[in-house]
Design a protein around this ligand. Structure first.
Ligand SMILES: [Fe+2]
Length: 383
């Protein structure tokens, strides 16, 4: 069979279908270790570099088990195609290469229905390459977005398919780990970009959020209530939808809370976060938490949705929710770890204080997030 291509969304589908495939990543060892594709379920992946295939063809081919469906991943596309031709030449019959390279995996958004009835629809857009989630809320012909990523074409297309106009985009905070899409979406669609105090003094072009205010659609509900929850960043906000869902940004995560040390002011921000956790803890246990990030797929439910009642989230994180202020600050400090150097540049991009070309944005935007404050996350980052 001739060599064919596949797209990042196909790979995610094979993963969720638990298809019997073998992922062959042909990037160098360093790039492979830094960032690789992930599945909700166990799967097989090997890393044999493209250079090895060039220099030691026979030996490299022999490292790949025979008789398997091979899905090749590389940085840009060309080397996967090159290796694919070699595999076909050596008798492998089901070989495909990733169109556009691993960056297309990094930008992939997977839409999931969180809620749908005659009144409104709520979607979670999972970004497996970043382990982050953005959200879309549709009412009649209007749509609001929450924490959209820079893959703006996806959101515009999604809104179009639903027959909706994007009217507002909300940012839970000034993101450090990915380039946000709100500013670009407001330029392209005329939607209003709503942001909190993190955006003060920037050139982001936001409309300031007000604590306690309620946003709604032309035809009324569902209500979107703004709740200021400083700590992860001083301007972090949480959005309560229809008194049912809590879009918590990086404040409350399913496994952990958002680390408050990314701004370099750990003492001040940890106290803010401590006070926020005390305030948020009083919210209704039945609210369904929709987080901005996850650490791994074990946090998802059986439908691969990241959505859990707040009571259960508190139970999972009861050490953090029950600590006194002194212990809390100590806990945060104990679990501090270096943040990727790119984060400072991502912040500048998100405040529109610095402009980067598409290639630089792509480079800054690639890789998993580093936003949670737990010993587990610390161990993973340093391991
Ligand atoms: Fe964050």
């Amino acid at each position: 069979m001739a060599l064919t291509s596949y797209e990042a969304k196909d790979l995610f589908q094979w993963f969720t279908d638990k298809a019997d495939i073998l992922v062959l990543d042909v990037r160098n060892d360093k790039d492979f270790k830094r960032f690789q594709v992930e599945s909700p379920y166990p799967f097989e992946m090997i890393n044999v570099s493209y250079y090895d295939f060039m220099e030691m063809e026979e030996e490299s081919v022999n490292k790949v088990p025979k008789g398997r469906a091979i899905r090749i991943v590389c940085a840009k596309e060309g080397s996967a195609k090159y290796v694919g031709e070699i595999m076909v030449k050596h008798g492998f019959s089901d070989v495909r290469y990733l169109t556009g390279g691993i960056k297309t995996w990094g930008n992939l958004l997977v839409p999931k229905v969180v809620h749908q009835d005659a009144d409104y629809s709520l979607y979670q857009f999972i970004r497996p390459g970043k382990a982050s989630c953005s959200y879309g809320l549709c009412k009649d012909k209007e749509m609001m977005l929450f924490d959209p990523s820079r893959n703006v074409d996806f959101y515009i297309d999604f809104a179009k398919k639903k027959g909706c106009k994007i009217i507002k985009t909300f940012e839970t905070h000034l993101q450090a780990d990915y380039i946000a899409g709100s500013r670009q979406l407001s330029e392209l669609t005329g939607s209003v970009f709503m942001g909190g105090a993190d955006f003060e003094g920037t050139k982001a072009g936001h409309t300031p959020l007000v604590d306690g205010e309620i946003h709604s659609f032309s035809n009324g509900g569902p209500d979107v209530k703004v709740l200021f929850t400083p700590g992860h960043t001083p301007g972090s906000s949480t959005f309560i939808i229809a008194d049912t869902f809590m879009i918590s940004g990086d404040t409350v995560l399913i496994q952990s809370i958002g680390r408050p040390d990314l701004g370099g002011q750990v003492d001040a921000w940890a106290i803010l976060l401590y006070n926020t956790i005390q305030k948020v803890a009083k919210l209704d246990d039945s609210l369904l938490v929709l987080p901005g990030h996850y650490m791994n797929w074990s946090e998802a439910d059986e439908n691969l949705l990241f959505c859990l009642p707040f009571g259960e989230v508190k139970e999972r994180n009861k050490d953090v929710f029950s600590m006194d202020e002194t212990n809390f600050i100590q806990y945060i400090k104990d679990n501090m770890r270096k943040q990727p150097a790119e984060y400072a540049l991502v912040r500048l991009a998100n405040g529109n204080m610095e402009q980067y070309d598409a290639e630089k944005q792509e480079e800054l935007d690639l890789g998993k997030n580093e936003c949670a404050a737990t010993a587990y996350a610390k161990a993973q980052a340093e391991g």
